[in-house]
Write a protein that binds this ligand. Structure first.
Ligand SMILES: [Zn+2]
Length: 415
């Protein structure tokens, strides 16, 4: 890239595109509501397709509605470098989550056109269907099908709250394409995304070099003690399930703190029974969420938790039923792709730090089928999945420039 010192994206054009896309599903508080496979999503997809065709790309749509806008490479026998993210949003979502990654990737293509840069590998801009998982659970289902994690039939059968299936809605908006989903070679995958956390902004960094996708373990526990009269049951005779739960809340927090800053641990749900002011709680249902980017550490958090639950319940005269209900393995991104992102940041003189993706991303599934990494930009106050989600135009530009460099390194410039 040293021979191309002036190649950078057009930040103003990128910002204009972001603002234009944000009009589709704009909310009164300045956010965006463009739920997957709704009429608004269809409008967003059509605008994106027009823009891609305007940039000379060939747009193909697969059977999951994933869109791939291909900029030809010099050697069409080579697999593409895919760059992208998602255009769908949460019900009270923002203008940038996902959208920056798709339109940043489009801006990369537009800029390569401006500078008449040719690459050996084709470059494809991707828009993944239903990343958010808000209307149809689970999240990232279509990159999941692409990567062979889910079957197409499973994805089609997902149901929203009105009883409509993902498959029907994909048909209805006219975006069930005929390309097979995945099963084709991909040279590399890069995704630009807002951090959705406070670290980069708080520490004053321009971009984040994403090294891992976080893994998680979810547990559900039911503690059983014995209901008794709050006035007449002596303290030593009690089997108070809520007291056990309180000790577990404290325990979970300690485990999180012991693995900070990378580890996090949360009790999000706590239902005591019978939940009456003068009854000693006889039963508690609670949920626990552990996350860490390193597999062994995440496992150690789970083990420490199980052992301490055993001790706490024994001491409190309680019995318990503990289930692990969800496990998502940590995703280490590809070292060469991470390095390409880091070099991109250095090339433009951007301050950068390594960072872990705390949320799930399509990149986490793509990492299973091709060398992958991500670029993060800061977001104001770390706020995301919120209408007030915000970034500075410069941050969008920095992120897109790094994305361009990383993609070019893999796609190889033809002199
Ligand atoms: Zn996202």
């Amino acid at each position: 890239m040293s021979d191309l010192p002036n190649v950078r994206v057009n930040g103003a054009r990128l910002w204009d595109s972001l603002m234009e896309m944000a009009k589709i599903g704009a909310t009164p508080k300045g956010g965006c509501k463009r739920l997957t496979l709704t009429d608004l999503d269809k409008q967003g997809r059509e605008l994106f397709r027009r823009w891609c065709e305007g940039a000379g790309c060939t747009v193909k749509i697969d059977e999951m509605g994933n869109m791939f806008a291909r900029r030809a490479g010099e050697d069409m026998s080579l697999p593409p470098v895919i760059i992208g993210s998602h255009l769908d949003t949460q019900p009270t979502g923002g203008k940038f989550d996902g959208v920056l990654g798709v339109l940043g990737a489009l801006e990369v293509v537009r800029s390569l056109n401006d500078f008449k840069i040719r690459t050996r590998h084709p470059i494809e801009v991707a828009n993944w269907t239903n990343e958010e998982g808000s209307r149809f659970a689970p999240a990232m289902v279509s990159s999941g099908v692409f990567a062979g994690v889910y079957t197409k039939e499973f994805a089609y059968s997902r149901v929203d709250q009105e009883g409509k299936t993902l498959g029907e809605e994909l048909q209805r908006i006219g975006f069930m394409g005929d390309e097979p989903v995945g099963g084709r070679p991909v040279h590399a995958y890069f995704e630009l995304h807002i951090e959705q956390g406070p670290i980069l902004e708080a520490e004053g960094y321009d971009v984040g070099v994403v090294t891992h996708g976080q893994g998680l373990r979810w547990y559900e526990i039911r503690l059983t003690g014995f209901e008794g009269h709050a006035g007449s049951t002596p303290m030593p005779r009690r089997k108070d399930a809520l007291l056990g739960a309180a000790r577990i809340v404290e325990l979970v927090n300690k485990i999180g703190l012991s693995k900070a800053p990378l580890g996090v641990a949360t009790v999000g749900m706590l239902n005591p029974y019978p939940n009456s002011r003068n009854v000693i709680p006889g039963e508690v249902f609670m949920t626990v969420d552990f996350r860490h980017p390193i597999g062994e550490t995440l496992d150690a958090m789970g083990t420490a938790f199980r052992e301490a639950v055993e001790d706490i319940t024994k001491a409190g005269g309680l019995t318990y039923d503990l289930k692990e209900v969800f496990y998502y393995a940590p995703v280490p991104f590809d070292p060469a792709c991470i390095e390409a992102v880091r070099r991109g940041a250095e090339r433009f003189g951007y301050s950068h730090r390594d960072i872990v993706a705390g949320a799930g991303h399509d990149a986490c599934y793509m990492a299973g089928v091709t060398p992958t990494s991500m670029v993060f930009t800061p977001c104001v106050d770390g706020i995301s999945h919120n209408e007030s989600e915000d970034i500075k135009p410069d941050w969008a530009t920095y992120g897109a420039n790094v994305l361009m460099h990383a993609a070019l390194e893999k796609a190889e410039i033809v002199a």
